[in-house]
Design a protein around this ligand. Structure first.
Ligand code: ADP
Ligand code: MG
Length: 263
C-alpha cells in the first residue's frame, strides 16, 4: 500500500549573512512514518525544520502540505496546518501546571466573562495524557518534573492541536536511558495512530530502531535518502561526513556508540 505524502519540501534555499546554509534541499514525509533527518553538526537540520515550522523564512523553494503549496510564516500557520515541533530548546513554562502549558492561550472559558474553566481544562489535559498512557498528572507543576517528562508535556502540547506531523529535534540529547525508552514507546504509539514524525538524531541506533526512512544532509545539501533496509551504518556515517571511514582510526567524534556496536 502506498502511503500518502503529507509534507514535501522542494528546492529549499537559505542563507545567513550571505552564507548559504541550505542548498536546494528536498525532503518528503509520508503519513504515519518516522522519517529520520541526520547530518553532522552544522549540516542544516535545525534550519530546515525551522523553515518548515515558520521560525525562519526560506529564501526560495516550495513547501507542499498534502499536495498543496503552503506558506508557513509563523508558529500559528504551522499549528493551523497540524504541524508541531519539539525544539531542542524546550518552550514549556516551569511555573505553570502541565494542563496550563498544554492549553496556553487556548484555555477553555467559563461563561461570558471569559474566566478560565480550570476544572474542564484539567480534565481535558488528563484525558489526553491518559489516552497516550503518559506518566503525568495534569495538575503537576512543570517545575517539579525532570527533563524527560517536560519533553512529554511539549509533545502533548503538539498533540492537543490534533497535529498530524510532529517534528523532534534531537529529543534524546538530554534524556536518561529510561526517559528515552518512554519516548520510544510513545513514538511507536503515535506511529500507530497515523501521526508522522520527523526525527532528528545523531544516534544511528535510535534512527534504525524507529524510522522507516532516513534523509541525510551534508553541508546544507541532500546527501542521501535511504529506506530502512538500505541503512548500512558505516555507509551512513561516510555519507554524513563525506569521506571513507577508516575502521582502524579513532571513532568519529559524534558516533562512538555506533562504532562500538557496529564496526
Ligand atoms: P544542524 O542543526 O544540522 O547542526 P543548523 O541548521 O543549526 O545545523 O546550522 C546550519 C548552519 O547555519 C550552521 O553553519 C549555523 O552556524 C548556521 N546558522 C543557523 N542558524 C543561524 C542564524 N540564526 N544565524 C546565522 N547562522 C545560522
Ligand atoms: Mg541542530
Amino acid at each position: 500500500m502506498s502511503q500518502e505524502i503529507i509534507l514535501e519540501a522542494r528546492g529549499i534555499n537559505k542563507s545567513f549573512s550571505g552564507v548559504q546554509v541550505l542548498k536546494d534541499v528536498h525532503m518528503d514525509v509520508k503519513r504515519g512514518e518516522v522519517h529520520a533527518l541526520m547530518g553532522e553538526n552544522g549540516a542544516g537540520k535545525s534550519t530546515l525544520i525551522k523553515i518548515l515550522t515558520g521560525a525562519y523564512t526560506k529564501d526560495s523553494g516550495t513547501i507542499l502540505w498534502k499536495g498543496k503549496e503552503v506558506e508557513i510564516e509563523s508558529r500559528k500557520d504551522c499549528q493551523a496546518l497540524g504541524i508541531a515541533c519539539i525544539y531542542q530548546e524546550l518552550s514549556v513554562i516551569p511555573a505553570l501546571t502541565v494542563a496550563q502549558n498544554i492549553y496556553l492561550g487556548r484555555e477553555p472559558k467559563l461563561g461570558k466573562r471569559g474566566l478560565i474553566n480550570y476544572k474542564r481544562m484539567n480534565q481535558m489535559a488528563q484525558d489526553l495524557i491518559d489516552s497516550y498512557e503518559f506518566p503525568l498528572k495534569a495538575t503537576d507543576t512543570v517545575d517539579s518534573l525532570g527533563i524527560g517528562l517536560r519533553q512529554l508535556v511539549e509533545i502533548l502540547k503538539g498533540l492537543s492541536c490534533d497535529s498530524e506531523l510532529l517534528i523532534m529535534d534531537e529529543p534524546t540529547a538530554s534524556l536518561s536511558g529510561r526517559e528515552a525508552s518512554v519516548l520510544f514507546t510513545i513514538i511507536e504509539a503515535l506511529k500507530k495512530k497515523g501521526v508522522s514524525i520527523i526525527y532528528i538524531s545523531h544516534r544511528l541506533e535510535e534512527v534504525y530502531r524507529l524510522s522507516q526512512r532516513l534523509t541525510i544532509l551534508r553541508d546544507g545539501r541532500n546527501a542521501a535518502v535511504l529506506e530502512k533496509e538500505e541503512i548500512v551504518p558505516r555507509e551512513v556515517i561516510q555519507t554524513m561526513i563525506g569521506k571513507v571511514v577508516d575502521e582502524s582510526a579513532a571513532p568519529p567524534r559524534y558516533y562512538p556508540e555506533i562504532r562500538r556496536r557496529w564496526f
